[in-house]
Design a protein around this ligand. Structure first.
Ligand code: ADP
Ligand code: ASP
Ligand code: MG
Length: 443
């Protein structure tokens, strides 16, 4: 069994959906995980914002515009009047459901139900297309097996058990279609795996089904050595280890959802990143093997807050760091980077929801300074294999950029640097020129 996930751009138009259908036409058993068509989840987020603000007329206008867009897609996707009609009715059902929230109470629960519509639509429309093409396939409702627990972590046992029982109802079938991103939560309500979560769905499904491979099909030919949205002349990396890919995904490489490597790593299932626009390109293969010897890639994560606690009296005291960490634990706020000195400890967080409460409690330990609008630059590679020189190259490249924190040695894959977000573009560009040599890279 293989898992093939197609992202928003890959199913972003009638033409793209047809291309996906031809890509999946072989005899290999597979589960195809689809995102919403590109732009849809953003549109649904906007609609939800209007509904939260009681701006129902504006919401209705946005819903109508989205409905029109889908009518156009259906018109182009199907050739038979029967399928066009079926799709038209499907669209009416979904859009009437969304419209119903303009007349009723709108809370976070209704918002999640609205956000789920994108993946429900893309998979249903795609399934109709396969039917029209006489390609036997089964639509598996993700809401029947994908689940998160009370800590918003995937309930992997539940997922495996329920996915298995869904698959068992269709033995003999080789092609399954399901929704990425959407799930049920601990209360059985419709929920989601956060933005970009379809990658995570694919990986969780791969782990649950003991798949032989998880393929993430997107609009670029694999994980690039630097952020292609910001830097010119980036190139795809042929091979990465799970740990390297996880660091890059966590620290901002948008091609993968931050948590999506972990389930694959747990089951040692290779993850392949491929390009729907260029299916013959090699892409990136992520496995347990690390191809050592070079700095492989750079990624950047924005919206970071740095917190410094200065306390000459207490810092080296037994138990001090534990007390500091406990504050973050109480507010369920993960720490990304940490550095210490004789008199101070600096930490970074990417979720500042409880910043005021955290700072108030930390003030009991000493002086607290907060810097917002920070960015973590994460340099990933095999730093044990390349013992000498990496640090020099990185610091030379960044010599004119103020570095707020440096973290090295936490893992052998990663050197992280904290800078002001205003310096990000320059830092990524200078690193691109300074640390990668195109001809020695394993591209
Ligand atoms: P999908 O809709 O298929 O999930 P995404 O937009 O989520 O696609 O992810 C693909 C995009 O990630 C690429 O178009 C690219 O702009 C961006 N990206 C950011 N960093 C990287 C990187 N290091 N390598 C490849 N793509 C990256
Ligand atoms: N449709 C969701 C989003 O746009 C999930 C995904 O595409 O991965 O965030
Ligand atoms: Mg994505």
């Amino acid at each position: 069994m293989k898992i093939l996930k197609f992202g928003g751009t890959s199913v972003g138009s009638a033409e793209r959906m047809k291309a996906v259908a031809s890509l999946i036409q072989n005899d290999e058993p597979k589960i195809v995980v689809l995102s919403a068509m590109s732009g849809t989840t953003n549109a649904l987020v906007q609609i939800a914002e209007k509904l939260h603000q009681n701006m129902n007329q504006e919401a209705r206008a946005l819903i109508d515009a989205l409905h029109d867009k889908y009518k156009q897609v259906a018109e182009e996707l199907y050739s038979s009047p029967a399928k066009k009609k079926q799709a038209e009715e499907l669209l009416i059902n979904h859009f009437e459901y969304i419209r119903s929230f303009t007349l009723d109470l709108f809370t976070i629960h209704e918002e999640r139900a609205v956000l789920a519509q994108g993946e429900l639509l893309s998979t249903a429309l795609f399934q109709f297309y396969l039917e029209e093409q006489n390609l036997p396939s089964v639509l598996l409702p993700a809401l029947n097996f994908m689940k998160i627990d009370e800590n918003e972590e995937p309930d992997t046992e539940y997922i495996a058990k329920n996915l298995r029982s869904e698959l068992e109802q269709h033995t003999g079938n080789k092609l399954f279609i399901t929704q990425g991103y959407i799930c049920r939560n601990a209360f059985g309500e419709v929920d989601n795996l956060k933005r970009g979560g379809s990658d995570y769905s694919a990986s969780l499904i791969g782990a649950a089904a003991d798949a032989e491979e998880i393929q993430i099909w997107t609009d670029i030919d694999g994980m690039h050595n630097n952020d292609p949205r910001i830097v010119k002349n980036t190139y795809p990396i042929a091979e990465l280890s799970f740990d390297e890919a996880a660091e890059l995904a966590y620290f901002g490489a948008k091609i993968l959802h931050p948590s999506s490597v972990y389930p694959a790593k747990q089951k040692d299932i290779p993850v392949r990143l491929l390009n729907t626009m260029q299916p013959e390109a090699k892409g990136t293969i992520i496995t347990s093997q690390s191809k050592g010897g070079s700095i492989k890639a750079v990624a950047a994560k924005d919206d970071i807050t740095a917190i410094k606690i200065k306390s000459g009296r207490m810092l080296l005291a037994y138990g001090f760091l534990r007390s500091v960490f406990e504050v973050f634990e109480r507010y369920k706020t993960p720490i990304d980077m940490i550095t210490t000195s004789e008199v101070a400890v600096s930490l970074t967080i990417d979720n500042s929801k409880f910043l005021d409460e955290i700072v108030r409690e930390l003030k009991e330990f000493g002086q607290v300074e907060v810097d917002q609008e920070q960015t973590i630059i994460c340099v990933v590679g095999d730093f044990i294999a390349e013992r000498s020189g990496s640090g020099l190259k990185i610091f030379e490249a960044l010599q004119y950029i103020p570095l707020r924190m440096i973290s090295y040695g936490g893992s052998k894959n990663n050197i992280s640097l904290l800078i002001n977000t205003t310096d990000k573009v320059e830092a990524l560009t200078r690193l691109n020129d300074g640390i990668f040599e195109r001809n020695t890279a394993n591209a």
